[in-house]
Design a protein around this ligand. Structure first.
Ligand SMILES: Nc1ncnc2c1ncn2[C@@H]1O[C@H](COP(=O)(O)OP(=O)(O)OP(=O)(O)O)[C@@H](O)[C@H]1O
Length: 356
C-alpha cells in the first residue's frame, strides 16, 4: 500500500463548486477518516480519488503515481484503488467466493479468496449468496472483495451507515483491525464522530468543500483549530476568557493553557469539554453557581444542561457530564468547578460563495 497526497483540488457538479483548494495527506499504512456534515463533499472527494469523477483542477497521487493533474487522468480501472460503498454492492447472483474472487487472475483466485475470507473471519460462508448473509456479513465480504486485488489504497464510503448501533461499533473495530493487519492505507468517509474517533489514525475535518484541519483524533479533540472544529468533534463549552502568557483567566479562575503559551488577548474564547466541568460540593473562589435545567441519563453518566448565574457572564446552557450516581434534581442551584487545561479558539470562518 502507499500514501495518498492531494493538493489544490477543485471540483464541481455542473456550475456548483463542491471542493475548493482541498489539501489532504494520508501517510502510507494510515487509516484516515474524512469527517463532515451531509453535503460537504465527502463522497465527491472519494469518487475523485477512485477515478469516478473528474476534478476541475488539482493533483492526486498515490505513492509515486500521479492519478490526476493538469495532464493526467488515470481511468478508474487502472488506479489500483479498492472502493467499499455504503451498501457493499455485492453481485447478488454470485456466491461469496465468486464475489471476492471477481476479477482476480484464475491461477491465484482460490488461494486468495480463502486468504481474504480468513482475514474477515467468514471462511465458512464461501458458497452462500449475498441474500443469505446478514448486513454485517455483507459488509465484511465487500471489504474482502475490495482488498483481494491488493489495492494500493482502500476507500470506504460510510460502510457502516446501514447497520444498527451495536453491530456498527463491533464491525468498525473489526474492520480497523483487519486493515491494520493487511497494512492498508485507507480513507473512510463518515459523518459519525464516534466512528472517526474510534477508527482513525488521522481525522480530516471537512467543511464547505475544504479540509479545515487534519490531525490525530486526540490532538483534534483537545486542540481544534476553531469553534466549528471543536463542535464537530464533540460537545463544547465556549468560555469567554482573557489570555495571559501561560494561562486563561475565566469565570472558573485561572486555567493553564493546553499548549502553555499565548500572546495575551483581552477578548478570547477557550474550549472546556463537558467532562472538564464537575459539580462541586461547596462554593469557592474558582466555582460558579448554576441551576440544573436538564439532566439526561446515558448509562455510564448523566449529561447536565446548566444555566449559570447571570453575574458570571457565561453562555447558556453549559454542558457537564457527571458520573455521580444521581445528580441533584432539576432547578436546584449547584456549584461547578473546571478542571484541566483551556484551549483558545478562533471563530469559525464564514463559508465562501458556492458558485464557480
Ligand atoms: N451528481 C451530482 N450532480 C449534481 N450535484 C451533486 C451530485 N452529486 C453530489 N452533488 C452535490 O454536491 C454536494 C456534495 O455532495 P457529496 O455527496 O459529495 O456530499 P457528502 O458530504 O458525501 O454528503 P452525504 O454525507 O450526505 O453523503 C451536495 O451539495 C450535493 O447535492
Amino acid at each position: 500500500m502507499s500514501g495518498l497526497s492531494i493538493s489544490k483540488l477543485h471540483a464541481a457538479h455542473g456550475h456548483t463548486t463542491v471542493l475548493r483548494d482541498l489539501e489532504l495527506t494520508v501517510p502510507n499504512g494510515a487509516l484516515a477518516c474524512v469527517l463532515g456534515p451531509s453535503g460537504c463533499g465527502k463522497s465527491t472527494l472519494l469518487r475523485i480519488i477512485a477515478g469516478f469523477h473528474q476534478p476541475v483542477s488539482g493533483k492526486v497521487t498515490v505513492g509515486e503515481r500521479t492519478l490526476n493533474d493538469d495532464r493526467t487522468q488515470i481511468p478508474a480501472e487502472r488506479r489500483r484503488i479498492g472502493y467499499v460503498p455504503q451498501d457493499g454492492a455485492l453481485f447478488p447472483h454470485l456466491t461469496v467466493a465468486a464475489n471476492v474472487g471477481f476479477g482476480l487472475p484464475r491461477a491465484e483466485r482460490r488461494e486468495r479468496v480463502a486468504e481474504m475470507l480468513d482475514l474477515v473471519g467468514l471462511n465458512g460462508l464461501a458458497d452462500r449468496h449475498p441474500h443469505q448473509l446478514s448486513g454485517g456479513q455483507q459488509q465484511r465480504i465487500a471489504l474482502a472483495r475490495a482488498l483481494a486485488p491488493r489495492p494500493e489504497l482502500l476507500l470506504l464510503d460510510e460502510p457502516f451507515a446501514a447497520l444498527d448501533a451495536a453491530l456498527r461499533t463491533e464491525l468498525r473495530t473489526e474492520v480497523a483491525t483487519t486493515l491494520r493487519r493487511a497494512g492498508a492505507t485507507a480513507v473512510l468517509v463518515t459523518h459519525d464522530v464516534d466512528e472517526a474517533l474510534a477508527f482513525a489514525d488521522v481525522i480530516a475535518v471537512m467543511r464547505d468543500g475544504r479540509i479545515v484541519q487534519a490531525d490525530a483524533p486526540h490532538a483534534l479533540y483537545h486542540r481544534p483549530a476553531d469553534t466549528g472544529v471543536a463542535r464537530t468533534l464533540g460537545e463544547a463549552n465556549l468560555i469567554p476568557a482573557k489570555l495571559a502568557a501561560d494561562h486563561a483567566i475565566t469565570a472558573f479562575g485561572e486555567l493553564p493553557l493546553t499548549d502553555g503559551a499565548s500572546n495575551g488577548t483581552e477578548d478570547a474564547v477557550v474550549l472546556l469539554r463537558p467532562q472538564q466541568l464537575r459539580l462541586s460540593a461547596a462554593s469557592g473562589p474558582h466555582t460558579i453557581e448554576a441551576r440544573i435545567i436538564n439532566a439526561g441519563f446515558r448509562g455510564h453518566d448523566y449529561r447536565l444542561e446548566l444555566d449559570p448565574a447571570a453575574r458570571h457572564e457565561l453562555p447558556t446552557p453549559l454542558i457537564a457530564y457527571t458520573s455521580a450516581d444521581a445528580p441533584p434534581p432539576t432547578d436546584q442551584t449547584i456549584h461547578v468547578a473546571a478542571h484541566g487545561t483551556a484551549h483558545p479558539l478562533v471563530p469559525e470562518q464564514a463559508p465562501v460563495s458556492a458558485t464557480v
